[in-house]
Design a protein around this ligand. Structure first.
Ligand code: ACM
Length: 266
């Protein structure tokens, strides 16, 4: 299976231009026979909103909005799974920082970011559902969004639900998540695909260095800090089903859940 992270520089508040950019990346990925393509967080609106109102104006429904509909057409055309971050509007008040997941047969699902970073708390509602694993015929996928990286509990839930590839659309401004993904993949024995953006918006500079890791925490490919590109690796997701860290250590069976009660309380 060929998986890729699209490291792009979105145009702030220019959704049509961004959809054209995303379409070009999907075409390029199609030409390279990529099976799973991950775009960054908020890749159609941009990130650094001046107000909640501005974020709301740039939000769109999932799956009925123009970007998810476009991704559904492109996923069918190029026979791949596409995951990317969008500001998601709902009929009720408030918007979410979400990721849409689509495949060649249509819409698969939506994940709403649980852990909001900094001013995101002014713009978005936090997701109210634990992360899900989407079990497709060829692979089981888990999705988190950016700052969720700082909470190992959600990666662990995905592992226990059978995730083989953790996909992380991101707009990282701190330099930590790439390092953390090495540990997340190693301790959970799954692959990770981190798709980060580059460029600046106001005082924020995004840190690039998109990366793919294997189940041992090795970096298979890494993007540059400030150049766009499509970064891909060929992997065998079934390797994530082997949870033995050594011949005698199994990362699920060796847990001591009888001693972890503290994790479930404030
Ligand atoms: C982030 O969660 N966008 C840093």
């Amino acid at each position: 299976m060929k998986v890729a992270a699209a490291q792009i520089r979105p145009f702030f508040a220019e959704p049509q231009k961004n959809r054209q950019l995303l379409s070009r990346y999907c075409k390029k990925a199609g030409q390279q026979e990529i099976d799973l393509l991950v775009f960054p967080e908020l890749c159609v609106s941009g990130y650094n909103f001046t107000s909640k109102k501005q974020a709301e104006v740039l939000a769109e429904p999932i799956p009925g909005g123009p970007t998810t509909q476009l991704w559904m057409r492109l996923a069918e055309q190029y026979n791949m799974v596409i995951i990317g971050g969008l500001a998601e509007s709902k009929q009720s008040s408030g918007i979410y920082n979400s990721a849409a997941i689509v495949g060649p047969n249509g819409f698969i699902g939506c994940y709403r970011k649980i852990h909001l970073f900094a001013r995101e708390k002014e713009w978005f509602l936090p997701g109210q559902h634990p992360p899900s694993v989407w079990k497709l015929p060829s692979v089981s996928l888990g999705v988190l969004v950016c700052f969720d990286w700082a909470f190992p509990e959600v990666s662990r839930i995905l592992m226990l639900e059978g995730c083989e590839i953790l996909c992380l659309p991101a707009n990282l401004v701190l330099p930590y998540a790439q390092r953390v993904m090495i540990a997340r993949s190693l301790e959970n024995r799954f692959f990770t695909v981190l798709a980060n953006r580059i460029g600046s918006e106001g005082k924020l500079t995004f840190t690039g260095r998109s990366q793919i890791t294997n189940t041992q925490g090795d970096i298979l490919i890494k993007g540059a800090k400030n150049r766009t590109g499509l970064f891909s690796a060929v992997i065998n997701p079934a390797k994530a089903q082997n949870k033995f860290l050594t011949n005698t250590n199994h990362i699920i069976q060796d847990r001591r859940v009888d001693l972890y009660q503290r994790l479930l309380h404030e």
